[in-house]
Design a protein around this ligand. Sequence first.
Ligand SMILES: Nc1nc2c(ncn2[C@@H]2O[C@H](COP(=O)(O)OP(=O)(O)OP(=O)(O)O)[C@@H](O)[C@H]2O)c(=O)[nH]1
Length: 356
Amino acid sequence: MQHRHSSIRIVDNLAEITRHHDRQVLEKSLLKTLNELFPAQSLRLFRIRRHDLMHDISLLAFCVNDVISSSEQHPKLNQEMADELTAAMTEAIDKEDIVSYRPAEDNGWNVIYPAYDSHGEIFASLVHHCQELPSSIDQRLVHGILRVYANYLALIDKSQRDKLTGLYNRETLDEQITKILVNQSSELNKLMASPNDSRRRRYAIKHWLGVVDIDKFKTINDTYGHLYGDEVIILVARLMTSGVIRDDDLIYRFGGEEFVVLLKAANETDAMQAFERIRRVVAEHNFPQLGQVTVSIGFVEVSAQLSPTDVIGQADEALYSAKNAGRNQVQNYHTLVAEGKISEPKKIASSDVELF
Ligand SMILES: Nc1nc2c(ncn2[C@@H]2O[C@H](COP(=O)(O)OP(=O)(O)OP(=O)(O)O)[C@@H](O)[C@H]2O)c(=O)[nH]1
């Protein structure tokens, strides 16, 4: 009977994990489930990216004393603990197996579970800190739940990606912009309430949206055929993701030969430089048969006062201007407005809004 109860609890928890489609919610739900099944002093989920022979490790979410949080609020580990953890994590990744050790700071245990994606690539690692070493059956259970999480994440990822380029698809873009806008509104409120300077700096990072469009693409299609056109789209996508933007910046395939880039930058100059890098990496590439292919880019700051459609619309206006000015260039919507080249959007007075 006892056995059946715990099985039901596990199935219920798995159903709860797979109820969410949002990565961050999913991460927190995974920790909540594991914490409920195996009460721990702490659970930490790390993202792992392989760069050549090195592993880039960053915290995604953690759970301490039943409280689950995202990475920003995480207290920093001291250097000795961080080194110890990194060494053990590397061992688990290399062995492709669970690794446990006694951390120097107390007499408990750290158990490390590596997680692999559908291509067998390491993508995450769970660190379970507990007083007593879990039995091998419990370790297998945690590992099994982590695999369900990895498989489910792979499914979500597939549904969010464009088949031709592997970039995020248009459907996920609106969600992402809405998320940024919602976060911005709440951050703005916190900022207003806080006279603290370091806090102000933390919220100072801005988001920028750029629409990137391949120039004269119709000619490429007409001259070399649609299939070759597709190859060019794939190559441009690859160039844009090949280290010209930061890891946490996002690229979407927006339409045929159009892409959207969402990136973080402190100010207009930094954003302009990032979009310029994208423009340059494409213009400097030697495309088979064609030689040079160029892109035009229009960008705008993602501001809490706008809707996702307005943000994309403004970047699109700047793109239109870049095309008209001769292509192979980057234009900033706000600069164009300031220079009078684009008229500022009309503010709708509340008396103009008809309510049915
Ligand atoms: N190969 C390929 N072509 C596509 C795809 N989607 C759209 N297209 C083609 O892309 C071309 C886009 O051309 P236009 O938007 O007219 O503009 P352009 O020739 O790129 O010129 P500018 O944007 O003004 O520099 C059209 O001929 C579409 O048929 C796709 O997925 N694959």
